[in-house]
Design a protein around this ligand. Structure first.
Ligand code: UD1
Length: 420
């Protein structure tokens, strides 16, 4: 089993290149299913989740190739099955993203029902409710969602919870539906915007992009296009947190600062000096005191749940008391018990964590339970005195491209080791 061995206590210093956004490339790959001509996606990060979704669409018959720059080229003329099997979907819930495009274009889809996951139950009822409103007949049997429709019809859909992949699935269905679809209470995450922009480039008619009311005028067909994925805001925030927690200085390049307003505000509140340009962010924590901050996760543009664990680590090493409230997922505090193994002073009450900062925590063996929990533990290891061994780093590889290389380049003592 691979683990990260981290020797903490080094203030990180230097520049880091940010990769394309995991949560943008996944819906974009699903959107290629809608294109009747070949398509190219650029700035694709090398991640396990990306290869999983690539395997899902390749399994349906899409001809898919990756060039030397890791750009992905797709051709859907070879699709021969509409099924996304359990073996792949169970490893990544976002595989559900193929459901909308397949029903919309081929009138049929069979996608394994994603199970629960470490951070909560995560149902897909909104995805199904929206497709049914557009006229799809849906049955769930033998662990599969089976959806059929001659041609989807435009509908007025009000989602009672803001769902990122739910909005994306219904958006991809609506672009080929007959007539007008209105999606209310839609997610406004930058990754939803990236998908919508790509669909427009493919010939879709979409109004209200980036707002909570998206209006789609269905078209008969979409063509492929050449699209570059937006930078990963969560990877960006994680590297900024690495500099902040170690009292270092970092400049992240190829970033999208305008997608991180709520997060940058919290870094400033935590005592960092933060400067931004068009595509870079510089964070300086040298000689400054890290202060605990209060966080409440909420849908974009509020503070993202995917940065909650990283700020938990920062608070654990800070001065003062910070209260972190997780409102999106019911079970996303599993890193708390692991941080305590380093000596962190955190009291958990339901989905609220009260963190009393302690600047001198010591390294320990810890175990990652999910992707962002793994980032939290790596950050803690970088700041702790002595050695930290992070287990189950396959979670990290799902969403961070070559994290140990990028961190080493800015001075971190981190290596991937094989240990039983
Ligand atoms: C996406 C992101 C994930 C991020 C999350 C919240 C991707 C691939 N993943 O996940 O990194 O943490 O947004 O920003 O983009 N819900 C329902 N019914 C549904 C769908 C969702 O009740 O049909 C609930 C969920 O249980 C959760 C909330 O809605 O409590 C938000 O989840 P959602 O936005 O759907 O998360 P994902 O799209 O799965």
């Amino acid at each position: 089993m691979q683990k990260f061995l981290i020797e903490g206590g080094v203030a990180l210093e230097g520049e880091v290149e940010i990769s394309g956004a995991k949560n943008a490339v996944l819906p974009l790959l699903a959107a290629t299913l809608l294109a009747s001509t070949p398509m190219t996606i650029r700035n694709v990060p090398r991640l396990k989740d990306v290869s999983t979704l690539a395997a899902v669409i390749a399994g349906m018959g899409v001809t898919l190739s990756t060039d030397e720059h890791n750009n992905i080229h797709t051709d859907t003329s070879t699709i021969h099955t509409f099924k996304a099997p359990y073996e792949l979907v169970r490893t990544m819930r976002a595989s559900i993203l193929v459901l909308g495009p397949m029903v919309a274009r081929f009138g049929e889809a069979e996608v394994s029902l994603p199970g629960g996951c470490a951070i909560g139950d995560r149902p897909v009822n909104l995805h199904l409710m929206g497709l049914e409103a557009m006229g799809a007949e849906i049955v769930v049997e033998e662990g599969y969602i089976r959806a059929k429709a001659k041609r989807l019809k435009g509908a007025h859909i009000v989602m009672d919870i803001v769902s990122v992949t739910g909005t994306e699935n219904l958006l991809m269905a609506a672009v080929l539906a007959e007539g007008t679809t209105v999606l209310e209470n839609a997610a406004r995450e930058p990754e939803v915007v990236d998908l919508a922009n790509c669909l427009v480039k493919m010939g879709a008619k979409i109004d209200g992009i980036g707002t909570s009311k998206i209006t789609v005028e269905g078209v008969d067909s979409l063509s492929g296009c050449d699209y570059t994925v937006l930078p990963d805001r969560i990877e960006t925030g994680t590297y900024l947190a690495a500099a902040a927690i170690t009292g270092g200085h970092i400049k992240v390049l190829n970033a999208a600062p305008d997608t991180l307003d709520a997060v940058l505000q919290k870094f400033r509140e935590a005592g960092a000096v933060v400067n931004t340009g068009a595509d870079w962010i510089e964070l300086d924590m040298r000689g400054r005191t890290l202060k605990a901050v209060d966080i409440r996760t909420d849908p974009y543009p509020a503070f993202p749940t995917d940065m909650q664990a990283q700020f938990m680590a920062m608070n654990a090493f800070s001065q003062g008391i910070g209260v972190i409230v997780e409102t999106i997922f019911e079970n996303r505090m599993m890193h708390v018990a692991e941080l305590k193994r380093l000596g962190a002073n955190i009291r958990l009450e339901g989905n609220t964590a009260i963190v009393a900062g302690m600047p001198n925590l010591k390294g320990a063996p810890v175990m990652a339970t999910d992707l962002r929990a793994s980032a939290c533990l790596i950050l803690a290891g970088l700041a702790a005195q002595g050695k930290t061994l992070v287990d189950r780093i396959y979670h990290t590889d799902r969403g961070y491209e070559r994290i140990e290389e990028k961190l080493s380049r800015i001075g971190a003592k981190i290596s991937r080791v094989n240990e039983a």
